[in-house]
Design a protein around this ligand. Structure first.
Ligand code: PRX
Length: 656
């Protein structure tokens, strides 16, 4: 748990921002919902499921055999029908589902009727390619409408998808395809990133060299760049999908049918395939999206800036908003291409009213200066959200003033890939905004803070480990193919309760503050990366004998990756600048550019205990420029002096 000075600052924060009276009066959810949910939690969750359309109603709300939950037992439904067909059937086919904007400035408007046609066609095409209910489909695409269409088409035919973020390497893609045994991959020739086309198909080709079970690759033409082609295996989307009939009769699947597997980093080198299922997940993301963002589907324009490759994109760009019939913005590119006002230009252009983004983006905007957003008309905004990491009060206040015009409530939403949707957040019409605090568990959510020994702490002025003591419909069901790891990772630290891996604190008002991860997981720009994953990428390089990785505070990305490596004796030359560059490239090729270490130090030794365990705490102290703790258990304490001399201070502009 982070114990630095910023934590003390956070806890001294005393500013309060009550919701504007008109906002509170019109809010979707009021304070009495907490009481109702507490009195009858299962009745409350049944109410969230009633917002969906079911082909067969459930017999029982919950069957709970810890740690395995079955929600809405006996119920059957189709996710795509809930996200698309029922809105068209209700006469809202002309409503815009997505205002899509490509990075180069090309645009597409996708109505619910368009989405219906495209999802039916894609479902027919996947069926033609032999995809059957239960088969896995990997999706490796940029942020284009086809990505959403592909996800919904999979959901429609009951083929669980695994979306792999387009920034992941061929190697990372290969591991995920193999782990869930996907038979079809949907990709594009490439996507636009920072003003230039960058290849995706090329990575799929490399990954598939070791995935003989993949029968077909469906390729969207996005950039027009040259691609290699494997006859028979590779098919163009526009040839396979566009010729299909625009109708498709959807089957209803059991409530617990697998909807998707999404990989996330844990404390080992092997990412975990988080499994989410159908009924509980959809009910949960739809309700939380409606409640936390106070969505008024007839009038709001909602924009979640997360890439669909992350859980935020799954739950709050695709499934939650579409289940609620929302109109959203979908943007392909980065915030600074072609200029640093790009997001604000889009808010002005589409009259965005709800904006959901990450603290790391907000800190970049702060760095670029408030003059940039000031040039645009942001008066359409009425609610702001953040997710992915703790937001420092200064960034919160900057967001409120310079983006929200000092009138928009902010929802700081805590959740995880595993939780499926938001668990801790203020409700915007109920709670005062408190910069840096994620406020309260949502209605029906049983969050507590435990001490080291597993005792529940009082809900005032106490810090410890965040746990969930009751199941909720959006919870992960297991780790794909590994029930045992699911049990061990989440349910054994404190037997019978879900251990989130985050430190947290109740303040004097009974509000929750998140204090960062308590395990070996780093949070880089809101992305989870495990120290062991980066270490094993480094030691897979022939020049590296040993590696240790720690996360160090970073003013923009939250944490930065700092690696210490011992060169292999007699290996290739590991002296000088060049090796650092080569190792960074190597990590990028193994995992993806997001995992490139900010700093790599070539060291002669790593600090170890007499039993040979690497003392990460000391490395963290060095990386954070703190006074070293106790070094007496080190085999050779001069190691630390050597390491310390080699680590330049990032606050003084070190590039590597
Ligand atoms: O440490 C918490 C942090 O992000 C982790 C979950 O990461 P991931 O599964 O990638 O999902 C990110 C988007 C939901 C958590 O364990 N985290 C997420 N939201 C917050 C946060 N930390 C503090 N405040 C938040 N609002």
């Amino acid at each position: 748990m982070s114990e630095d000075a910023t934590l003390a600052d956070l806890l001294r924060e005393s500013r309060r921002f009550p919701p504007p009276a008109a906002f509170a009066r019109a809010a979707n959810v009021t304070a009495d919902v907490y009481r109702d949910a507490e009195r009858d939690p299962l009745g409350f969750w049944a109410g969230t499921a009633e917002r969906l359309s079911w082909a067969r109603r459930w017999d029982r709300v919950l069957e709970w055999q810890p740690p395995f939950a079955t929600w809405f037992v006996g119920g059957r439904l189709n996710v795509a029908e809930n996200c698309v067909d029922r809105h068209v059937a209700a006469g809202r086919g002309d409503r815009v589902a997505f205002h899509w904007e490509g990075e180069p400035g090309d645009t597409r408007t996708v109505t619910y009727a368009d989405l219906h046609r495209q999802v039916c066609q894609a479902a027919n095409a996947l069926t033609d390619l032999g995809v059957r209910t239960g088969d896995r489909v990997a999706i490796y695409l940029p942020m284009i409408p086809e990505t959403v269409v592909a996800m919904l088409a999979c959901a429609r035919i009951g083929a669980p998808h695994t979306v792999v973020f387009g920034g992941f390497s061929a190697e990372a893609l290969r591991g995920r395809i193999q782990d869930c045994d996907a038979r079809v991959v949907v990709t594009a020739d490439g996507g636009y990133r920072r003003g230039a086309p960058s290849g995706l198909k090329v990575h799929v080709d490399a990954a598939l060299k070791e995935c003989p079970q993949v029968r077909n690759v469906l390729v969207v033409r996005r950039t027009g760049q040259d691609v290699d082609w494997v006859a028979g295996r590779d098919r163009w989307w526009h040839e396979e999908v566009d010729r299909q009939p625009a109708e498709h009769t959807a089957a209803a699947f059991p409530s617990e049918h697998p909807l998707f597997v999404l990989y996330t980093s844990g404390t080992t080198a092997k990412p975990k395939g988080i499994l989410h299922t159908t009924g509980g997940y959809l009910a949960f993301v739809a309700w939380t999206h409606w409640a936390v963002f106070d969505l008024k589907p007839d009038t709001d324009v909602y924009w979640c800036t997360a890439d669909v490759g992350w859980v935020t994109g799954h739950s709050y760009t695709v499934y939650g908003p579409l289940a609620n019939g929302a109109t959203s913005v979908l943007y392909e590119g980065t915030p600074d291409t072609p200029h640093r006002g790009r997001w604000w230009e889009l808010v002005e252009k589409y009259r965005v009213s709800i904006l959901y983004t990450a603290p790391t983006a907000i800190r970049s905007f702060m760095k670029w200066g408030e003059d940039i957003p000031r040039e645009f008309d942001l008066s359409s905004l009425r609610l702001l959200g953040t997710v992915g990491e703790p937001i420092n009060p200064e960034a919160w206040v900057w967001y409120r003033e310079h983006i929200g015009g000092a009138r928009c409530p902010i929802v700081d939403t805590w959740w995880q890939t595993e939780t499926g949707g938001i668990l801790i957040s203020p409700l915007p019409g109920v709670h005062d905004g408190k910069p840096g605090s994620a406020s309260r568990p949502l209605p029906g959510v049983a969050a507590e803070i435990y001490d080291e020994g597993g005792r529940q702490l009082p809900r005032r002025n106490a810090a410890g480990y965040l746990v969930l003591t009751e199941p909720w419909p959006g919870m992960m069901r297991t780790i794909w193919g590994d029930d045992q790891r699911y049990r061990e990772t989440y349910w054994s630290r404190f037997p019978g309760v879900y251990f989130a891996g985050d430190g947290a604190k109740w303040d004097d008002d009974g509000d929750i503050w998140l204090l960062g991860r308590v395990d070996d997981v780093m949070n880089i720009s809101g992305h989870r990366i495990s120290t062991t994953e980066v270490e094993s990428a480094l030691v897979s390089h022939p020049g590296v004998a040993e590696a240790a990785v720690v996360g160090a505070p970073d003013p923009t990305t939250g944490q930065g990756i700092v690696a210490f490596v011992i060169p292999r004796a007699g290996g290739e030359d590991t002296a000088g600048e060049d090796v650092v560059r080569r190792l960074r490239e190597h990590v990028s090729a193994q995992i993806g550019p997001i995992a490139k270490p900010r700093q790599i130090l070539v060291v002669p030794e790593l600090p170890k205990t007499r039993s040979g365990k690497i003392m990460r705490r000391l490395l963290r102290d060095v990386a954070e420029h703190r006074e070293l703790g106790d070094v007496t258990t080190l085999t050779d304490s001069s190691v630390m002096d050597l390491i310390r001399q080699r680590l330049p201070d990032p606050r003084h502009g070190d590039a590597e």
